[in-house]
Design a protein around this ligand. Structure first.
Ligand code: FUB
Length: 312
């Protein structure tokens, strides 16, 4: 028994969680896209306003960490409403990627457009790359019967880039090398059962994973579900639930590997709840970014996430 505990001690210490959820408390943040550029993990969230009771977001702040303990606010990176001529509101869940030394921020506005802004730095400032949206709800090949939101960008090992986007239906375009134009028309990705929003692509051991919020399904609050495929364009096969409902109603996440460990970033409204006087309704649109570890089974399926510090 003694021998066993001595043996297990280093493993237990190396597993120790270094952060406390929520990890960002100075402003309200939601829909975190976590990306690793170089030695640093960056978080690109949407920015909920301090007095928000609606999804009236406008701008994007970037956060970074090198130790999964201290999460630094790198400041305002882009104001989608002030810094474009065509966006009017609802600057929701963004994503960011690096190519050839430039950083591309993809963001939805007005529930119908996807814009792209570019910077020489992962923390911005970003500038509108086109002077018009990259893709819109009425672009050729797009099918969307609700909000056209939540872009997720992915570059495969062969260099082909994809942009996944949509609500209720997953649409995809193949991005060109310049990352600000695309090939042909949008097309639909099949097999993401119960898909609602918050599409996220990642790759693990040669397999493609699309994970997403399943919306309000059978009266339940949204969970994060996932599907797997041998191809980035599917068809995908539904695999199950990764993350339970959270206290914000909306559920939105990203999955990333950093320094050899896999993480899931997501949001909840626990901070908003804790700051609201007892008996009053807390705003579920003042959300805060959280993170927890993500683990795979030997067959590549994902284990349900244990949320730390996250109430419901
Ligand atoms: O934050 C605004 C919207 O709420 C996002 O675009 C959705 O994914 C949901 O989290």
């Amino acid at each position: 028994m003694k021998k066993l505990s001595i043996f297990l001690l280093p493993a237990m210490i190396s597993c120790a969680q270094t952060w406390t959820n929520p990890i960002i408390t100075e402003i309200y943040t939601a829909d975190p896209s976590a990306r690793v550029f170089g030695n640093t993990l960056y978080i690109y969230p949407s920015h909920d306003k301090d007095d928000a009771f609606t999804f009236n977001m406008e701008d994007y702040y970037v956060f970074s960490t090198t130790d999964m303990k201290n999460f630094k606010n790198c400041g305002l990176a882009f104001d989608a409403i002030k810094e474009t001529s065509w966006a009017h509101g609802q600057a929701w869940a963004p994503d960011c990627i690096e190519r050839n030394g430039k950083y591309y921020l993809y963001y939805p506005t007005d529930k119908k457009h996807i814009g792209v802004a570019v910077s020489d730095s992962p923390t911005g400032p970003f500038k509108d790359a086109l002077g018009h949206p990259l893709l819109s709800i009425d672009s050729p090949g797009v099918y969307c019967n609700r909000d056209f939101i939540d872009p997720c960008v992915f570059i495969d090992d062969d260099g082909q880039a994809y942009l996944y986007v949509g609500q209720n239906t997953v649409c995809c375009v193949k991005l060109n090398e310049d990352m600000i134009s695309y090939e042909g028309e949008a097309f639909i990705i099949e097999g993401c059962d119960e898909f609602f929003e918050a599409i996220w692509m990642h790759k693990y051991r040669g397999k493609y994973y699309l994970s997403y919020s399943n919306g309000t399904w059978n009266g339940e609050q949204p969970q994060i579900a996932y599907a797997m495929s041998d191809s980035p364009t599917g068809p995908f096969e539904y695999k199950g639930i990764i993350l339970d409902p959270v206290s914000s109603g909306t559920n939105h996440h990203s999955i990333v590997k950093y320094k050899g460990k896999w993480y899931i970033f997501y949001h909840n409204a626990e901070l908003s709840r804790s700051r609201t006087p007892a008996g009053q309704r807390y705003s579920t649109v003042r959300r805060s970014v959280c993170v927890d570890r993500l683990y795979y089974n030997p067959d590549g399926t994902i284990k349900p996430v244990v949320m730390t510090g996250a109430g419901r």
